[in-house]
Design a protein around this ligand. Structure first.
Ligand code: NAD
Length: 308
């Protein structure tokens, strides 16, 4: 099978590229390296197109001979989108349309996309099921609604098969710290290993359904191999609920180090709690069981230590 991974030099994409190659598949990556790193895919036997998904010419080249597209390219981060909504919209909403149009023109009939739990936004229901109402709290979340709804509409309009996954706080090796828009787990691990206090936005009661990147990639690859399609968005998480204060303790035990914590103001646009209802995921992917948080954190701490 030949996979195109957009955003394949990023955190999730580079993990997926490795898994796909290990399973004997051919991989093309398109990435403009705006937030990704070429070293994430260094030494891998892939075709790397260093260009934007917004370029129709580059996309036409990227989709040639491809069986499935896994569309991960996007500008992540809620705060980035609040600072510059136009840039986030261009990469995430217009970018998704660009990827779908290239796939359609080339007759690639199967596309997976990465939406986000952030689309639930102000909806307080827990756990979040896909039929719950959505109410984005940030420009980023709005662009992720577009990312998921376009391919679902393409199913109806053009018969293109797709799955629109809603990712919930993915973490693991190759997710970097040290930049202003870094996610919480790499930020905490990096601070701890460097003897710095762990910054918590708010009182630490905010909770998340953390999902190990290896688990996410197994679901994505399985969806390509079995050419899974689904007419509604699918939560890609396993229904856990870990408060940031608990997360600190778990990172302490994974690293064997004692953490100091500093509290900062809650960030605008951040949802308070996030936990998936995963009934749909389990029915579509019954064979996949998640890597538990303790084990995933241990793998992540090991990767950070190797990087130091
Ligand atoms: P990432 O930033 O590591 O990867 C995204 C990649 O897309 C980067 O390599 C970046 O260079 C590339 N990119 C950005 N704009 C591009 C453009 N115009 N053309 C080509 N490439 C472009 O992020 P990630 O954590 O690996 O996220 C992958 C996807 O999953 C994103 O769509 C993100 O919105 C979604 N997602 C991630 C999480 C998470 O917890 N990591 C949660 C919800 C949704």
């Amino acid at each position: 099978m030949h996979l195109l991974i957009t955003g394949g030099a990023g955190f999730i994409g580079s993990n997926l590229a490795r898994l796909a190659l290990t399973n004997g598949h051919q991989v093309t990556v398109i990435d403009d390296l705006s937030t990704g790193y070429e070293e994430n895919v260094a030494g891998l036997d892939i075709a790397l197109i260093r260009d934007s998904i917004l370029s129709p010419e580059a996309m036409a080249r990227a989709v040639r001979g491809v069986d499935s597209v896994v569309h991960l390219a996007a500008l992540g981060s809620v705060p980035r989108s609040i600072k510059d909504p136009m840039a986030t919209h261009a990469a995430n909403a217009t970018g998704t349309l660009s990827v779908l149009e290239a796939a359609r023109a080339a007759g690639v009939g199967h596309v997976l996309v990465a939406s986000s739990s952030s689309v639930y936004g102000l909806n307080p229901a827990l756990p979040k099921s896909e039929r719950e109402w959505v109410r984005p709290m940030s420009p980023y979340a709005v662009t992720k609604l577009a990312t998921e709804q376009y391919p679902l509409a393409y199913q109806q309009s053009y018969g293109m098969e797709s799955v629109a996954f809603r990712f919930f706080n993915v973490y693991g090796p190759r997710q970097r710290a040290g930049h202003v828009y870094a996610a919480v787990i790499p930020t905490f691990i990096d601070a701890l290993l460097n003897g710095q206090p762990l910054p918590i936005n708010g009182d630490g009661s905010n909770s998340r359904d953390f999902t190990y990147v290896g688990t996410v990639c197994r679901v994505l690859l399985d969806a390509c191999e079995r050419r899974v399609s689904h007419p509604e968005p699918v939560n890609l998480a396993f229904g856990t609920n870990t408060a940031l204060t608990e997360l600190v303790e778990m990172i302490e035990s994974a690293s064997g180090l004692k953490a100091e914590v500093v509290h900062r103001e809650p960030r605008p646009g951040d949802v308070k709690h996030s936990q998936a209802d995963n009934a749909v995921l389990r029915s579509l992917f019954p064979d996949i069981s998640p890597v538990p948080l303790e084990r995933g954190l241990a793998e992540t701490v090991t990767w950070f230590k190797e990087m130091q």
